[in-house]
Design a protein around this ligand. Structure first.
Ligand code: MN
Length: 494
């Protein structure tokens, strides 16, 4: 009797969930939609009457996680993989059956997520071993980590239903491992969401204090922002400048909190507590809007930052300028960027992935092999060091500064901050590194020892008579380049 009632309510939940979910996969073609529909129903059949700790049917969890990835516009294999991500571990359906029904790609993604498993953070010696596996899998296919992040995000959203000790462990792991990975992949939106979700669990007292203190201030700013936006709309119309969208956005709680603690900034003086964003259609319009703003508003001296020609290390691009509210004289930050830059700011590498599926060619693809920090993490995974040492190194590596530079073909190369022209040359290929004589950086001639900055466009000039010299070891900062140079020198008997 009860089973029948349960089955009925599962059927209802399933149909409700599908009608909600189907709206999010509208960007897929018909084949793609059919494919994910099949994955959806097979996932529902597999989990059946299983329930979450919250009392909800289990099927709710994979669907909510998948919606996060649909919003980025990821491909059908990733969507199906995320729907099925808990199936082999928690149900009778095997990985082999998933491979048979959905192909090798989906099976690989699901097995990648499954392998990352449920080992306890810090409470288990196997944790480091697990992390090693994770970076190896990531280096094979970044989509595994997209699914893992979406999975984690939904688990954090429902963390209240878990016992306190488990909450602490999951929250800490999310803050120390997953948030930095998301940041490194340029997925700022996800990073911010993860941090804000764990904040009350990790620092409940400071969180409450902070909410009380900031809520009022943020509300005042929001009102002021609304009036500045109206003002801006009129000016944009008057000057015939076209734009896609203009909106105000409150800074995330945890990042405000960190700024106050780390840099000792007063809440009242924070200019970007609520920022205004103007989204344009093309790059040229960003600069036109910027110059209109500098004409029409009172501007804070030295507040203009051009992250379009000098992107941040994780690829972030935008123009920033701080203006004074004409009525209250309170400073506000305005961020100007194109739609494409905006998507990249929010979704980073994942946005590139989505673009690659659709438009391809012109976008700068960040493939795992170009993300050198992942390769380095894999190399580290294979090194013979203690687990404790490994965890320490990973944290250092994931947090350490990186720069992104461009090849003449617009490929993005990821290097450690402080890397030189010669590091870059060896990163491209050993044959280019060993024949390098000088380079052009943004069109200007420079020496091999020249230190690169994020956003530099680097062209290496080679000479076939060139050979590596012993003092080249002083020109490089990466271990890979040094390793290659030493090997060549050894071979030549130097
Ligand atoms: Mn899950």
């Amino acid at each position: 009797m009860t089973a029948n009632i349960d089955n009925e309510s599962l059927d209802i939940a399933k149909e409700q969930l599908w009608s909600e979910f189907v709206k999010y996969v509208d960007y897929l073609d018909q084949d793609g939609k059919d494919f994910v529909e099949l994955a959806f129903y097979q996932m529902c059949d597999a989990h059946g009457l299983q329930r979450r700790k919250s009392g909800d049917f289990y099927i709710l969890h994979p669907v909510r996680a998948t919606i996060t990835l649909c919003k980025i516009g990821l491909d059908k294999d990733t969507i199906a993989g995320c729907l099925l991500h808990d199936v082999p571990e928690d149900t009778e359906v095997t990985l082999a059956q998933i491979e048979k029904n959905f192909g090798r790609e989906v099976a690989f993604l699901v097995s990648g997520v499954t392998k990352l498993g449920t080992v306890k953070y810090k409470g288990d010696q196997r944790y480091a071993e697990n992390l090693r596996k994770m970076f190896v899998t990531m280096s094979q296919d970044l989509r595994v980590i997209f699914i893992k992040l979406a999975d984690r995000l939904h688990n954090l959203e429902t963390l209240e239903h878990l016992p306190r000790e488990k909450q602490q462990r999951i929250a800490l792991e999310s803050l120390e491992i997953y948030a930095p990975i998301a940041e490194r992949l340029g997925m700022g939106k996800l990073r911010g969401e993860i941090e804000d979700l764990v904040f009350p669990y990790l620092y409940p007292e400071r969180y409450n204090e902070f909410i009380e203190m900031s809520a009022l201030e943020i509300n005042i700013r929001k009102e002021q922002v609304t009036s500045i936006i109206e003002n801006l709309k009129v000016l944009l119309k008057k000057t015939h400048l076209s734009y896609e969208n203009i909106h105000g956005r409150a800074k995330r709680y945890y990042s405000i909190y960190k700024k106050i603690v780390d840099r000792e900034v007063d809440l009242e003086k924070m200019r970007d507590l609520v920022a205004i964003r103007i989204i344009t259609n093309e790059v040229g319009e960003c600069y036109e809007v910027l110059s209109m703003i500098s004409r029409e508003f009172e501007i804070l001296p030295n507040s203009t930052k051009d992250y379009i020609s000098h992107p941040k290390p994780n690829g972030y691009q935008s123009l920033h300028i701080s203006v004074l509210d004409p009525a209250t004289k309170v400073p506000f930050e305005i961020q100007i960027r194109t739609q494409h830059m905006h998507e990249f700011c929010e979704y980073g590498v994942a946005a590139h992935w989505a673009y690659k599926e659709g438009k391809s060619s012109k976008t700068q693809l960040l493939e795992p092999e170009n993300l050198k920090w992942i390769t380095e993490l894999v190399e580290l995974s294979e090194a013979k060091i203690s687990d404790e040492e490994y965890l320490k190194k990973v944290k250092l590596d994931v947090f350490a500064d990186r720069i992104f530079v461009l090849t003449p073909k617009n490929d993005v190369i990821d290097l450690k901050a402080g890397a030189t022209v010669l590091d870059f040359a060896f990163m491209i290929h050993e044959s280019i590194g060993s024949k390098a004589v000088m380079a052009k950086v943004n069109g200007n001639p420079v020496k091999l020892i020249h230190e690169l900055q994020s956003g530099d466009m680097v062209e290496i000039l080679t000479d076939k008579k060139q050979t590596p010299k012993p003092d080249w070891l002083n020109y490089v900062t990466t271990t890979q380049a040094a390793k290659k140079i030493r090997a060549i020198l050894r071979k030549a008997g130097i």
